[in-house]
Design a protein around this ligand. Sequence first.
Ligand SMILES: Cc1cc2nc3c(=O)[nH]c(=O)nc-3n(C[C@H](O)[C@H](O)[C@H](O)COP(=O)(O)OP(=O)(O)OC[C@H]3O[C@@H](n4cnc5c(N)ncnc54)[C@H](O)[C@@H]3O)c2cc1C
Length: 431
Amino acid sequence: MSDTTAKPPALPRASRPRRYSVFAIAREAMRLHSGWQRAWASPEPRRRYKIVIVGAGGHGLATAYYLGRNHGVTDIAVLEKGWLGGGNTGRNTTIIRSNYLQDPSAAIYDKSLSLYETLSQDLNYNVMFSPRGLIMLAQTEHEVRGYKRTAHANHLQGVSTEWIEPERVKKLVPIINLAGPRYPVLGGLYQQRGGTARHDAVAWGYARACSAMGMHIIEKCEVTGIESAGGQVTQVNTTRGDIGCEKLVLVAAGHSTVLADMAGFRLPIESVALQALVSEPIKPCMDVVVMANTVHGYMSQSDKGEMVIGGGTDGSINYTQRGSWHHIEETVRALVETFPMISRLKMLRQWGGIVDMTGDRSPIMSGTPVGNIFVNCGWGTGGFKAIPGSGWAMAELVAKGEPGPLAADFGLGRFREGRFIDESVAAGVAH
Ligand SMILES: Cc1cc2nc3c(=O)[nH]c(=O)nc-3n(C[C@H](O)[C@H](O)[C@H](O)COP(=O)(O)OP(=O)(O)OC[C@H]3O[C@@H](n4cnc5c(N)ncnc54)[C@H](O)[C@@H]3O)c2cc1C
């Protein structure tokens, strides 16, 4: 495994960004905030880079960051067709947890959670990580058995989770209705280290750190073609000209198959809309994240006071970034059973993102049939929590050409060989 203590390579003094600190805030307050620098540069694309990463979402940016931080590679461009973090990274409901069932999943999600715990310090950027605790409610006997099994598996994996009885659930979440009309709460799988972080800040913090290492983040730059010769990619065609590279990394979530088509191979991914909504802001009433998978909904309260609500994916393959009415209705109906007080709330905003689903609901971090193309996708409905861990593992794969222990089981070969990592229960709705 890579050296966890490696520091980013030093930049020339003039191009080093000023550190954010309490002293910096005081200094800027004294001079009417006239001295803040842009958080990341906006350079013109060069004609060639060692590594080109497609997609400036959390996973693309984290891959770039750990390539620089852990492996000393900084000749990198991250190409983004829209704006940085404007894909699923800026659209998700920010739930972070590592209570997965299978060993390879527990390893990468727990690595990610550990990195989140110190990410603000590492990036010198406040990602507002809030380990407020997370409960997955058991509302059927089947779920009771399933979550108890997960708690035992997590215990063996060294991941801290516990099974809790209904009385403890009520103590942690006073607004909950334990005696739901359809499904009473029978207990829950509790992960005290789980929680949330500010999604934009995660993207912005990584972008700032990448830019500080001299990497180019190029927004409004859509990849429209991929050219290969002799089984190796030579350059990408973009809306801002052709860009050559030695290695190409595709990190485009719901658009991964579109890019794979350009490169001439297929990915076992389906793209569907997943949507979320927030209420008007109210006073603090719930300081835990709660997921109710049987009734199909989950909820947390943002720092602004909005209740952040999500449900399941749309039933058909699409690229709409919108979502549909029947899901909003289904999700709200489900949550009203569990939290009757939300029936009096006004909903403020609704949005959707296009998530990349694999058959076993586990991600793909892999080489491809084109020798120097790598893919990182398939995080589906639950990849926000994985951003630091995935970036770490992907950087190792791209730098060395071979996966390290965290990525080894997530290669494309598993679909050919039938070595699935079945997380359909953990990832079906619970993000
Ligand atoms: C409503 C919703 C709720 C969610 N809730 C959670 C949650 O609570 N917890 C959790 O862990 N996960 C959650 N997720 C999933 C999570 O958001 C994603 O798994 C994660 O953000 C994926 O990050 P990414 O960097 O791979 O993709 P993205 O952030 O989507 O980034 C991919 C980028 O690639 C760019 N791109 C695509 N094609 C091209 C091209 N041709 N050229 C250049 N750029 C291109 C896109 O514009 C995009 O910015 C949720 C998702 C949604 C939609």
